[in-house]
Structures are given as structure tokens and as C-alpha cells.
Design a protein around this ligand. Structure first.
Ligand code: GNR
Ligand code: NI
Length: 188
């Protein structure tokens, strides 16, 4: 298992249109394991293969919900709540019937580090995809999972969340990132 380097803007590889997966073999399974390890390490809730430089239609997502637990009203609480992991793999994903209703979510991206902006996307979708054994799945999705899957599917087309912003907003985000990198470069 290995943590892979995540490529960042303005790396031109992020604009690649990724190719469908045709071989459901051990190399694919190894890549998926490495993608999960890389995503958890980052940390992030999703990762597309192109973000680690592999132009294939492979996504991993884990929304890592905080584990539910009860507290008496007003009880002080500073123990480790832990998380419920829900690792999901989407290979060759498609969206069938996006809702007209939109959801706005403040999105971030491991390839545009520490930058966040509101993006509107269909609130509900039906997704069709294959798992790592090539088996077909279909499921209706909404909430953060629908948002995240659409963000990840954009990566497969070479699209980043900042491409959904106005040119001015996109420029501001990229400028802020450039400034942060310069400051960190001096600090290091
Ligand atoms: O970690 C991530 N968080 C996130 C938040 C809102 C909408 C989408 C995402 S995906 C992102 C990880 C990433 O860059 N995936 O491509
Ligand atoms: Ni992203």
C-alpha cells in the first residue's frame, strides 16, 4: 500500500478526459487501495484517479460520518467520537436522471488546496457504475454523496469545481492559492 502524490492546479494533467476501465484485474485493485490510503491521509472525502496522475474512470468516496452517540443535555464532551467509515468505489460512473432541484455546497478540492467556494449541482441523481469486480450497480443518491460524486465525475472530464465559478471568482481563488504557496515557500 502506498500514499500517492496528489497533483494540483495548474498541472495540465487535471484537464485530461479519463479513459474507461476495461481490465478488472489485480492492478486495478492495488490502485484503488492506494487511492483510499491517499484520500484518508490527505484527508479528503473523495478522490479521482487523475488526481494521482492516472487517467482512468475510477473514483473513491468515503463521507466518514461522525459516529452517532448520545449525551445528556449540556454534558461536556471532549472524547474521541470516532467515525463510521463507508468506503465506496465507482468505476465508469454515469448519471442517469439529475433532479431539476439544485443543492448548493461549499466545495473544496485536494487539487486546489485550502480553497472553498459555493457550487450548485443537481440535488438528487441516479448513478450507474461498476465495482472493482466489474459488477454493475445502480442507486438513487442525494445529499453530500450526490454532490461529491458529481464533483468526482467532473474530474473524469478534466473539470474542477472552480470551473463552475465566474471567471473573476476563479481568478481570485487561484490568486489566493498562489499567495499561500509563496508564503509557505518563504516559511519553509
Ligand atoms: O475532500 C473533498 N471535500 C469535498 C467537499 C465538498 C465537495 C466535494 C468535495 S471532494 C474533496 C476531495 C476532492 O478533491 N475530490 O476530488
Ligand atoms: Ni476534487
Amino acid at each position: 500500500m502506498s500514499i500517492l502524490p496528489i497533483i494540483e492546479v495548474p498541472d495540465p494533467r487535471l484537464k485530461t478526459v479519463s479513459e474507461p476501465v476495461t481490465a478488472f484485474d489485480d492492478d486495478l485493485k492495488t490502485l484503488i487501495k492506494d487511492m483510499f490510503e491517499t484520500m484518508y491521509d490527505a484527508p479528503g472525502i473523495g478522490l479521482a484517479a487523475i488526481q494521482v496522475g492516472v487517467p482512468k474512470r475510477i473514483l473513491v468516496i468515503d463521507l466518514q460520518e461522525p459516529a452517532p452517540h448520545d449525551h445528556e443535555d449540556g454534558e461536556h464532551c471532549d472524547h474521541d467520537h470516532g467515525v463510521i467509515n463507508d468506503p465506496r468505489v465507482f468505476i465508469n460512473p454515469e448519471i442517469i436522471n439529475p433532479s431539476e432541484e439544485l443543492n448548493t455546497y461549499s466545495e473544496g478540492c485536494l487539487s486546489v488546496p485550502d480553497q472553498y467556494a459555493d457550487v450548485d449541482r443537481p440535488a438528487a441523481i441516479t448513478a450507474r457504475w461498476q465495482d472493482e469486480d466489474g459488477k454493475q450497480h445502480e442507486e438513487a443518491l442525494d445529499g453530500l454523496l450526490a454532490t461529491c460524486l458529481q464533483h468526482e465525475m467532473d474530474h473524469l472530464e478534466g473539470i474542477l469545481f472552480i470551473d463552475h465559478l465566474s471567471r473573476l471568482k476563479r481568478k481570485m481563488v487561484l490568486k489566493k492559492l498562489e499567495k499561500l504557496r509563496k508564503e509557505n515557500g518563504i516559511a519553509a
